[in-house]
Design a protein around this ligand. Sequence first.
Ligand code: SF4
Ligand code: FES
Length: 230
Amino acid sequence: MDTTLAFFVDGQEIPFQPGQTVLQASLAAGLNIPHLCFNPELEPIGSCRLCLIEVAGRRLSACTLLAEPGMVVQADNPALRKLRAALVAMMLGQGKHTCIRCERTGDCRLQDAAIALNVHMEDSLPSLVLPPNDDSHPDVSLNRDRCILCGICVEASQKLDGKNIFGFVEKSGNMMLTIESASGLLKDSSISAEDHAVRLCPVGALIRKHNPMPSEFASFDFVGEFNLPY
Ligand code: SF4
Ligand code: FES
């Protein structure tokens, strides 16, 4: 008797192990549901909402929803694509994401999502007043103007690095990434360029200062800025 547990995503049968989420099982089966704040090295955070799917008429996050036998999931339809494009456009519009000038261009999850969803943005400054960047550390920079507030560095610092360097605070109705140090600056924190928190940042917000772009991206041919039609 076949006891394989399975559910369905857009008609495709996805096997799963008890305890796996819809996103984990789908990725393991080779089906990519768009996602940003999920990283397989961390517990799901569920902050970006890019992985929204539809189950029985309800919109839920694939990264936090446990798979159940026979579950029928819609992960790709025009409404979900429009919603994801709007989310990505919002993230792009709330920071300075001029990719051609970013150290992480070609290695950025937000850039990947924008390209996949055909979201474009003019090379223009965002309308929001952006929080200050932190260039105080000799080896690591925090570019808050690229931070998408995904929470990955908060989790990675605690769970993988055994530190507690990052947090969030709300200022004037806007969330902002904070540094847990006496001065509030990276230079007085215990961060290292080797920290998982730096490595796992999905955009160019936390970057190593002395880390040349990986060789596979050295010839990356990215000629356009984002042109956002919103
Ligand atoms: S610094 Fe990077 S990992 Fe941390 S919240 Fe911002 S985008 Fe996410
Ligand atoms: S990947 Fe699921 S909410 Fe971000």
